[in-house]
Design a protein around this ligand. Structure first.
Ligand code: TNX
Length: 506
């Protein structure tokens, strides 16, 4: 029996939806045995993006797809100062033209070429993600795309404190999220149940609190060595993703206090916790040991992290008095600056006066937040992560086997049908750095669990972060999303088959 016919894709069948699409159905391009990839002369970074594209296309096509600077029908070119309608395209913008002769991508920076590669991948039939060569028509639909992001920051957070994920698992997760032009991976590294990053001079943090029995119900012990973390940072950078490390404080610190009793108020040891309570632990604002510890941690994390951000948590500090919270945050803000990083914190941090460079991440479900609005008015940027829209750990429906439901149940339409610039009074378009979806891990026990909660909702948040406001359209989105059923199956990525989506077969 012959293999099922492979369907030609439409030029606009992409998530996130590109800013501008002009199809030319007479101009399709067919990738063939002789197709080569040509990259911008003298750019090692463009060359690596070319290699990345070749690696995506080789398994299913079986073609050699050589990458070089001399010739090739698929060209990835750098074009300084590229602009569209007088507006600079920015680092991640790109222009893509598909004609019968070939494909030309132009971008101001390698990140734009990488974004274009994600688009190209989606323009090929789903079978392109298969692991073995097959005979098919590898056709790219003709026309032009001009694209650039609405927001600079489009993130996803992975909680590796409640359930540790290994380097290989985090890398697999990263590979799946970059398809949707996600460009920040926020790692929640520490919490009451575990401490997951090795810190020089404080070995018990990971020996004890990254060891056996840590994690919710003891599931998922482990930690990242400095070498692991460095490898992850490099892996992410190759995919134009910035790692945002989070050390949660002054609350969510039971694991640190188990390892080092001197971090508690009276210096007595506390018991390890593997339950899912929050708001019971606190660093001690009035003790110098606290700041010696925090400075060592901040210095180390900053040194290991090339990206500009360091997230200090600051959420759910119910075991810290308001006065102590203020004292603590005011001591820690300059420490983060001292080691050259821009501070990010959950929006509770905005209850304290912040420097303009600080970023507040809004996570609650209320319709207004005074602190966040004040921070925005003072020039701070905001990342929008309202739990009732962007929390990937919320159940899809009341009977979802995985997930929590404190912020409600979140189906795909609910993840899609909102606008970050209208979410909080006083926090409009200009105040937003971007959006982030968060995957807390209390109920997760495997990478497949993480993927099942992430897909198909992350693509909704990714489109909100990238695509122009005026292009948002649920009917269009659910049709485009439907094509990912077979893609994720080919990729080995688990997903929840939401009944709202008319999933494609094959
Ligand atoms: C709230 S969101 C938390 C986390 C939990 C999460 C579960 C936030 C800043 N804190 O500690 O894991 O809810 O959904």
């Amino acid at each position: 029996m012959s293999e099922p016919a492979v369907q030609r894709r439409g030029l606009g069948d992409v998530i996130p939806r590109p800013a501008e699409v002009r199809p030319d159905p007479a101009a399709d391009f067919r990738i063939g045995t002789g197709t080569a990839i040509r990259t911008a002369p003298g750019s090692a970074a463009a060359r690596r993006v070319g290699e990345h594209l070749a690696a995506l296309l080789r398994p299913a096509t079986g073609f050699a797809l050589p990458v070089g600077e001399e010739s090739g029908a698929i060209a990835l070119l750098l074009d300084d100062g590229a602009e569209t309608d007088g507006e600079p395209d920015g680092d991640e913008g790109y222009r893509l033209e598909i004609t019968p002769e070939g494909v030309t991508v132009r971008a101001a920076a390698p990140a734009g070429l990488f974004a274009a590669v994600q688009t190209l991948r989606q323009l090929l039939p789903a079978e392109i993600d298969g692991a073995a060569p097959r005979d098919a028509d590898w056709v790219l639909p003709g026309g032009r795309i001009t694209d650039r992001p609405r927001f600079a920051y489009r993130g996803v957070m992975l909680d590796i404190a409640r359930r540790f994920f290994t380097v290989a698992e985090i890398e697999a997760y990263l590979d799946s999220v970059v398809q949707f032009k996600i460009n920040h991976l926020h790692l929640h590294l520490t919490d009451d149940q575990g401490w997951r990053l090795e810190i020089d001079g404080w070995p018990r943090l990971t020996e004890v609190s990254g060891g056996a029995g840590t994690g919710v119900d003891g599931a998922g012990p482990g930690y990242l060595t400095r070498a692991d973390y460095t490898e992850l940072v490099a892996y992410a950078a190759e995919r134009f993703v910035t790692i945002v490390p989070e050390i949660d404080m002054p609350g969510h610190v039971n694991a640190a206090q188990v390892a080092y009793p001197e971090l508690t108020a009276d210096g007595t040891a506390v018991a390890p916790r593997t339950d899912t309570e929050v708001g019971y632990s606190s660093l001690v604002a009035g003790k110098e040991e606290t700041y010696a510890f925090v400075e060592d941690v901040v210095r180390e994390v900053a040194a290991l992290t090339p990206g500009p951000y360091l997230h200090i948590g600051g959420d759910e500090a119910q075991a810290t008095t308001a006065e102590d919270y203020r004292t603590f945050i005011q001591r820690v803000l300059p420490l983060v600056a001292k080691y050259g990083k821009r501070v990010v914190g959950w929006h509770e941090m905005a209850g304290v006066e912040l420097p303009e460079t600080a970023v507040a991440q809004y996570w609650r479900i209320e319709a207004a937040d005074e602190g966040t609005a004040r921070a925005a008015a003072n020039g701070s940027k905001v990342i929008m992560s309202p739990a009732d829209r962007t929390y990937l750990d919320m159940k899809y429906t009341a009977d979802s086997p995985l997930g929590l439901d404190w912020a409600g149940v979140i189906d795909v339409e609910r993840s899609y049908d909102w606008d970050p610039a209208e979410r909080l009074p006083g926090v409009g378009e200009e105040a937003l750095l971007g959006v982030e979806a968060a995957l807390w891990a209390e109920t997760l026990r495997s990478l497949a669990d993480a993927q099942t909660m992430t897909y198909p909702r992350l693509p909704a948040v990714a489109e909100i972060g990238w695509s122009p406001r005026a292009s948002h359209d649920w009917e269009s989105f659910r049709r485009r999303l439907a094509a990912f059923g077979p893609r994720w199956r080919h990729q080995g990525v688990a997903f929840h088959p939401s009944p709202e989506i008319p999933w494609a077969e094959a």
